[in-house]
Design a protein around this ligand. Structure first.
Ligand code: GLC
Length: 547
């Protein structure tokens, strides 16, 4: 008997009502960079007990899920993205008991916990790699990407490392090169080898069995490389001042067609469990990004959408990107939006404090799961790090290019006490010098703080299905105004955002004779009626309930 072709797996429920969607569709994700959230044992580095002690804050804020950047055993060459044991907690962060307690405490509060899965590469200190490099006939030799030198003795091809220089490292002892997309201390695994596939899928099961609610999968688009090792072409848009990696288009070292088989394999493991989520880290243009939902939506649940990070802060360009994204989503695929992460300059530094408030309104009123980066909710800025204190290998490897990611990884600013309530001792990265003024405690007391705005936006999103599961309809606007409607079962909201510092106007009469402001970056405007030609102050964003 032949089976009928499987129907595309839709993520939209048959009866699209609040509560019928999955938690990660209606919820809000909060990213913690564990080294910098809260130090529990006063060694200057954040840890798991520290995070437990701050869970009440996250619950107060109203987020639904917490994603932790890597907490696993690691020599810390790339601050945990170089893993030497995938199923052990790094002692800096605590013990497995601490982890179990964190998971239980997160769940007790009705929240979810996501971990970072780093499948593309291990640490060069991982036992797999130590074996692999020990001899050419070691059974694990083929677990990594070993190649003979080119005829001239140089690297096998021209592939570059994201962190600068060649992607190939010569191994004297065995007379071959190995490939590393990132540091030489981060050798890439050979995902064409079924033993590697099995080993990493078992890592996923280890954490899923413990009850972890999902993964953010690190550089998922890197995992498979061209089978023929072809040279990458030069990038015609490369300019002086860009990272050396940008000299090429990584056409053969990333985003290969076969990657989707691997993504589907990972997804199949997720599907062995209930309601877990798989998020993929992917920096690609929209038309390529959406392919990571997979054939029949059996790929990543949420391929991270970084449009709001990579685009200039311009209403027309953002409006166009939203439309392109909405249009490119596969039927049944769920959107998502991100404003910041541990690899990118913070939103308050990119667009300024006033526009960061507008950005908050945008992030939390768009259609799709929002991801917040710790500290952005209190308006933390990139912290200038003196050269002698730079820790990030990307910064250290390319000192002239200002690529260090340390500025966006500084300790969370909790209160005005020495070291901002993060620790009692000198922290691993310096705190912002404004932490006595910009901190959670002060912001909680201030009705006009960006934290208050975030909390109210989150509350609005939680209260109104229109924002969580409603439709998105773009509304034409002029100049640097971004406008759209969100609607669910006749409940209509108009969002108008002024992306400039100047007063601007928006004509709303074609939408409704009048409306009422339910949320505004200028709180005293809330509750007011608006009609006709709405005047927005510079840096103002408003949410208007339409009749
Ligand atoms: C991802 C991580 C980044 C890390 C890199 C290598 O882009 O977000 O922090 O350095 O992968 O693992």
């Amino acid at each position: 008997m032949t089976h009928p072709a499987a129907a595309p797996q839709s993520l939209i429920p048959v009866n699209p009502a609040p509560g019928n969607f999955l938690w990660w569709q209606e919820g809000i994700i909060y990213q913690i960079y564990p080294r910098s959230f809260q130090d529990g044992n006063q060694d200057g580095v954040g840890d798991l007990p520290g995070i437990v002690s701050r869970l009440d804050y996250l619950q107060w804020l109203g987020v639904d899920a917490v994603w932790l950047s890597p907490i696993f055993a690691s020599p810390m060459a790339d601050f945990g993205y170089d893993i030497s044991d995938y199923t052990a907690v790094h002692p800096l962060f605590g013990t497995m008991e601490d982890f179990d307690r964190l998971l239980a405490e997160v769940h007790r509060r009705g929240m979810k916990l996501l971990l970072d899965l780093v499948p593309n590469h291990t640490s060069d200190q991982h036992p797999w790699f130590l074996e692999s490099r020990s001899s050419r006939d070691n059974p694990k030799r083929d677990w990594y990407l070993w190649r003979d030198p080119a005829p001239d003795g140089g690297p096998p091809n021209n592939w570059l490392s994201v962190f600068g220089g060649s992607g190939w490292e010569w191994d004297e002892q065995t007379g071959q090169y190995y490939y590393h997309a990132f540091l030489r201390e981060q050798p890439d695994l050979n995902w064409r080898n079924p033993e590697v596939q099995r080993a990493m899928l078992d890592v996923m099961r280890f954490w899923l069995d413990k009850g972890v609610d999902g993964f953010r999968v690190d550089v998922i688009y890197h995992v498979i490389k061209d089978a023929n090792w072809r040279n990458n072409p030069p990038n015609p848009d490369y300019r002086q001042g860009m990272a050396t990696y940008d000299q090429q288009i990584p056409a053969y070292s990333t985003d290969q067609p076969e990657v989707h088989q691997i993504v589907a394999m990972m997804r199949a493991v997720m599907d062995e469990y209930d309601e877990r989520v798989m998020i993929g880290e992917i920096y690609l243009p929209i038309h390529k990004l959406v392919t990571y939902y997979g054939a029949d939506n059996r790929g990543a649940h949420l391929p991270f959408n970084f449009q709001l990070i990579v685009l200039p802060w311009n209403a027309r360009q953002i409006a166009l990107a939203i439309d392109q994204y909405e249009g490119a989503l596969p039927s049944g695929g769920w959107p998502n939006w991100v404003l910041g992460n541990h690899d990118q300059p913070r939103i308050a530094s990119r667009v300024g404090h006033a526009q960061a408030r507008v950005a908050a309104v945008l992030l939390l009123t768009l259609r799709g799961t929002p991801t917040l980066y710790y500290g952005d909710e209190i308006g933390m800025r990139d912290v200038p790090i003196p050269p002698e204190l730079v820790r990030d290998p990307q910064g250290l490897n390319m000192p002239d290019l200002d690529l260090s990611r340390d500025p966006e990884r500084t300790p969370m600013q909790w209160d005005a006490s020495p070291y901002g309530g993060f620790t009692n001792t000198v922290p691993w990265l310096p705190l912002a010098d404004d932490y006595r003024r910009v901190n959670v405690e002060a912001a909680q007391r201030d009705e006009t703080s960006v934290l208050t705005l975030y909390r109210r936006l989150i509350a609005l999103r939680r209260a109104e299905p229109a924002f969580r599961i409603g439709s998105y309809v773009p509304v034409p606007a002029e100049g640097n105004i971004l406008a759209y409607l969100r609607e669910f079962e006749g409940n209509r909201f108009l969002v108008i955002l002024n992306l400039t510092h100047r007063t601007c106007h928006f004509a709303m009469h074609h939408l409704a004779p009048e409306g009422k402001i339910v949320l505004d970056t200028i709180p005293e405007r809330e509750g007011r009626a608006v009609r006709g030609r709405v005047s927005l102050n510079g840096d103002e964003g408003m949410v208007i309930k339409l009749p």
